[in-house]
Design a protein around this ligand. Structure first.
Ligand SMILES: [Zn+2]
Ligand SMILES: [Zn+2]
Length: 416
């Protein structure tokens, strides 16, 4: 045995003995101050739990937090909604990237007042990337959003394939819904501001406010009119791919990213086995329409981000290991294979990865602006026909009005 080995062996034995003595004797050996530190049945909160509880943590002024609020496939399921990522910056700004089917309830779980969630960037117009925009837009108006909703999205090869046309039709689709709000609630949050930009801009600035710059690069997916986004603030760089086949723009402009998110689709074998695709469909969808795990890894090996994030597959206990193995064929850097409620806190020192704990019984946050009473004359009234079916139950409804009038010193009377 060499001297060095002898010393190491001695140190190992000494450590084991010290631990054994420490555990065996416990707090009896410690001084009074140390005894408090190792108390086995603490009555104080432990702030070091390795979970993120929304609404309970400050964000440092120079910190960025990213939360996965949709990481799955077009049909939302309890475990995974379709694409949606929230970016929160230490300056107070918040951005949503894609707002796919089922993601709205996850957004609500973040317990953020809706006035602060007024900026949505849509990478392309597949339903799994903006299917929850209507519910977030109109649902938000009854969840105390009192500012317009601002939406950024690409144009298409013809006007009707662009974001402006899509959202104009969305407004038409909800004319009845909007009609029910008119003259009934403060509907300022129902205003929709659409910012369409050219899909073929390469690293083109589409947003520049409050020290935050967001650029777009073209993506290759579906039809002309798909993009990826690059957000830069405070020296940090966040890249969101939405959906795309591997492309030169992403590889060039995502370089240096702190977090680079890119689709990482199910391998063709699993598309055939688990989703019933034919072998050719599996290959075409899995490697030509989307990006397979091996292709994802290749992209990330070229981008070299601080952290690569793959998403857009059913991330289950029996699927993740295979996807990870396939990514590892081509990429050996830092990697998260995202699932809903995964949280990344980005600082200069490192990127902390945790899971958020969701409260199933979330209520909307109170309005952060004073509500303006609507002009009730704007309300659209029922026809005589519908009114003829009323059962007013004055003996039931009267006391409810009296209860409120007594509490708030008002003199309201039933409208119908
Ligand atoms: Zn898509
Ligand atoms: Zn998609």
């Amino acid at each position: 045995m060499t001297d060095r080995k002898r010393i190491l062996t001695f140190l190992s034995i000494a450590t084991v003995l010290a631990l054994a003595v420490g555990y065996g004797v416990g707090v009896n050996m410690a001084s009074e101050d140390q005894a408090i530190a190792v108390e086995l049945s603490p009555v104080k909160a432990n702030p070091d739990r390795d979970r993120y509880f929304p609404g309970t943590e400050d964000l440092a002024p120079d910190e960025m937090r990213v939360v996965a609020l949709g990481t799955g496939m077009p049909s939302a399921r309890p475990k995974q909604a379709a694409a949606c990522f929230l970016v929160e910056l230490g300056n107070g700004d918040k951005f949503l990237f894609d707002i796919g089917s089922g993601s709205h309830e996850r957004i609500a779980a973040m317990k953020i007042p809706y006035d602060y969630l007024d900026k949505v960037f849509i990478g392309h117009l597949h339903v799994d990337h903006y299917g929850d925009l209507p519910t977030f837009w109109l649902g938000g108006t009854v969840m105390n959003r009192l500012v317009p909703l601002r939406v950024w999205g690409p144009n298409g090869s013809t006007p009707e394939l662009g974001t402006t046309a899509a959202l104009e039709h969305m407004k038409q689709m909800y004319v009845w819904d909007i009609g029910t709000r008119s003259g009934v609630i403060d509907f300022r949050g129902g205003e929709l501001q659409v910012n369409e930009f050219p899909f073929d801009g390469i690293n083109a600035v589409i947003y520049d406010e409050n020290g935050v710059v967001i650029r777009s690069i073209p993506a290759i997916h579906g039809l002309d009119g798909a993009v990826s986004f690059i957000l830069e603030w405070n020296g940090y760089k966040f890249v969101y791919g939405s959906d795309t086949y591997p492309n030169t723009w992403y590889i060039e402009h995502a370089k240096g990213a702190d977090i680079a998110i890119h689709e990482c689709f199910l391998p063709p074998t699993l598309l055939v086995e688990k989703q019933g695709f034919s072998p050719l469909e599996g290959l075409t969808v899995g490697t030509q329409g989307h990006t397979s795990p091996e292709q994802f890894g290749k992209v990330m090996a070229m981008v070299e981000p601080r952290l690569a994030v793959g998403y857009h597959f059913y991330n289950d206990f029996d699927i993740e290991p295979e996807v990870r193995d396939r990514v590892r064929k081509t990429y050996d850097g830092e990697l998260s294979l995202a699932v809903d409620y995964m949280v990344w806190n980005v600082t200069r020192d490192g990127i902390r990865v945790r899971m958020a704990v969701k409260d199933e019984e979330v209520w909307p946050s109170p309005a952060i602006r004073e509500k303006i009473s609507p002009d009730f004359r704007d309300a659209i009234t029922f026809s005589e026909f519908t009114l003829s079916g009323r059962e007013a139950f004055p003996e039931v409804v009267g006391p409810i009005y009296e209860e409120i009038n007594e509490i708030y010193g008002t003199d309201f009377k039933p409208g119908l």
